[in-house]
Design a protein around this ligand. Structure first.
Ligand SMILES: [Zn+2]
Length: 213
């Protein structure tokens, strides 16, 4: 009972201070966990699935992207493979494979941590589809963690596009992710993207991240 009273008083005092601007309200960010996935160019999509093939939408994602119904198999060195890896649409100019570090170890590849789209000099990997296979000389990366937000969110948080911040999790295991990149665009809704290793590492569950600068 006593404890409850103390908590109640504390939260009221904190709320009053936040209202007066003496204490900053925590900047909470929802989390989206990206499992391993593949982006394909038209040429590669046709090799893997056949001429004129169109991806079928399974689920809409932000920024006009979608999870396709189609999956491929990733093959690394010594024919070590991971099956049922989701394709994200729409098609891109260049194919790209995004895996977690644990996936990379399983495949026997050593991809660099990169922003999506920056695949120059990244790891080679092979992809197998129902109609064919391709070998990419480069294109396999571990995605750099980032936060999508609108210009209005950026203004509210006091951050700019390309800036890096820290994000704290008060989850079961808890911890702070450093070097989290801010990405600002009109088409973005507020969400931090981390991979399955990062999510499992801090056991983030449904916890919101707290943006620190
Ligand atoms: Zn993202």
């Amino acid at each position: 009972m006593q404890e409850q009273l103390v908590q109640e008083i504390t939260s009221r005092v904190v709320a009053a201070l936040q209202g007066s601007g003496m204490v900053e309200a925590p900047k909470r960010v929802p989390i989206g966990v990206s499992a391993r996935h593949v982006h394909l160019c038209r040429e590669h999509l046709e090799i893997l699935f056949g001429k004129g093939y169109q991806l079928n939408k399974k689920k809409d994602l932000m920024g006009g992207q979608f999870a396709a119904q189609e999956c491929v198999t990733l093959v690394g060195t010594k024919l070590r493979a991971i099956e049922n890896v989701r394709i994200l649409g729409p098609e891109r100019k260049a194919s790209q494979v995004e895996v977690a570090k644990t996936d990379a170890i399983r495949l026997g590849v050593n991809p660099p941590i990169r922003e999506s789209g920056n695949t120059r000099g990244s790891s080679p990997i092979a992809l197998v589809g129902p109609k064919g296979a391709i070998y990419l000389e480069e294109g396999c990366i571990v995605a750099k963690r980032h936060i999508h937000m609108s210009p209005a969110d950026a203004k509210q948080f006091g951050v700019v596009d390309g800036q890096t911040v820290k994000v704290r999790f008060d989850s079961g295991r808890g911890g702070i992710f450093e070097d989290v990149q801010i990405r600002v665009d009109e088409s973005f809704t507020l969400e931090m993207h981390i991979d399955t290793d990062e999510a499992n590492g801090l056991d983030v569950g449904k916890t919101m991240g707290i943006l620190l600068k």
